[in-house]
Design a protein around this ligand. Structure first.
Ligand SMILES: C[S@@+](CC[C@H](N)C(=O)[O-])C[C@H]1O[C@@H](n2cnc3c(N)ncnc32)[C@H](O)[C@@H]1O
Length: 249
C-alpha cells in the first residue's frame, strides 16, 4: 500500500538516528552544482541588478554560490536564511561577508524595512507556514523593495520516476497528505498559482510579474480523460508546474 508506506516514512523520519542519517545524504535542490548556481543567479538577474543592494535569499540549502555571485556583482550585503544548517562552518569562515541565519521557520530574526531584495528558488512550495513567511518578507523589505520567487508546483514524491505523476500530490485529501509527508523534505504545501498570488496580495504586495510554466504532458493526459483529480482546479492552476513570481512592497 503506497499510502501506508509513505505514512510510515513520515513517522520514521522523526526518529533522531534516522533523521541524522537522512540529513547526511540529503540533496537540496541544485546542491551547489556549478550549473545550478548559474541557473539560480540568472533567474534573479532577469529582474534586477544587485549593486548597492541589501539582499536576502531564503532556503539556499547547500547552494550558497548565488549569494557569492551577488556579492561579487556589488551587493552591499548578502544574507541567507534557512531552517536547517546545510552549509559548513568553513564556508562562513572563509567568506565573512556571508550572513548565514538558521531559524525555526516562523518570525525572522531580522529588522523591518531593511532589505531591497528577497529571493528564493524552489523554497516556497516547502513552506509549512506560508502566510507567516510572506508576511515576514513584507515586513523586512524596504518600501519599493522587490521579492522574486521561483516556485515548483509539482509533486516531489513520484514525479522524478514518472512524468505522468507531475501533480500526483493533488490526488490526496489534506489530512492524508499531511500524514504522508508533513515531516519530510519532499513535503509540498500544494498551493497553486492563484493561491500564491492571493497570499501575496493579502500581505500587501503588488504583483509585478507572474510567469507560469505549463506542463503540456499533463494537459494531454487530462484531455484524454486521465488525471481527473485536476478537474476541481481553476483552469489557470490546472497545468502550471512552476511559477516565477515577482512582487513589490
Ligand atoms: C529544494 S531546497 C532548495 C535549495 C536551493 N534554493 C536550490 O534551489 O538549490 C529547499 C530549501 O528550503 C528550505 N526551507 C524550507 N522552509 C523554509 C523556510 N520557512 N524558510 C527558509 N528556508 C526554508 C529547506 O531547508 C531547503 O534548504
Amino acid at each position: 500500500m503506497p499510502v501506508l508506506t509513505e505514512i510510515a516514512k513520515n513517522y520514521l523520519i522523526k526518529v533522531p538516528f534516522i533523521k541524522r542519517m537522512a540529513k547526511k545524504r540529503h540533496v537540496t535542490g541544485f546542491n551547489q552544482s556549478e550549473e545550478g548556481v548559474q541557473t539560480i543567479y540568472d533567474t534573479y538577474k532577469r529582474f534586477t541588478g544587485f549593486e548597492g543592494k541589501n539582499i536576502i535569499e531564503l532556503g539556499p540549502g547547500h547552494t550558497w554560490g548565488p549569494a557569492k555571485k551577488m556579492k561579487e556583482a556589488g551587493a552591499a550585503s548578502v544574507s541567507i536564511i534557512d531552517i536547517e544548517r546545510y552549509i559548513p562552518d568553513s564556508v562562513q569562515e572563509e567568506n565573512p561577508w556571508l550572513n548565514y541565519i538558521i531559524y525555526p521557520g516562523g518570525a525572522m530574526p531580522l529588522p523591518a524595512d531593511h532589505f531591497d531584495l528577497v529571493l528564493s528558488y524552489t523554497v516556497y512550495e516547502h513552506l509549512r507556514q506560508p502566510e507567516t513567511t510572506i508576511r515576514e518578507t513584507y515586513r523586512i523589505l524596504k518600501k519599493g523593495g522587490m521579492a522574486i520567487h521561483l516556485i515548483d508546483l509539482g509533486d516531489h514524491m513520484y514525479f522524478k520516476i514518472d512524468p505522468a505523476k507531475q501533480f500526483n500530490c493533488l490526488k490526496y485529501g489534506s489530512k492524508t497528505w499531511d500524514l504522508m509527508s508533513r515531516n519530510r523534505s519532499i513535503y509540498v504545501n500544494r498551493i497553486r498559482l492563484s493561491g500564491w498570488r492571493q497570499l501575496h496580495q493579502q500581505a500587501g504586495f503588488s504583483i509585478a510579474e507572474e510567469i507560469p510554466y505549463i506542463d503540456e504532458y499533463s494537459r494531454e493526459l487530462y484531455e484524454k480523460g486521465q488525471l481527473q483529480y485536476l478537474s476541481p482546479l481553476k483552469s489557470e492552476d490546472r497545468f502550471a508546474s512552476n511559477i516565477l513570481l515577482v512582487v513589490r512592497k
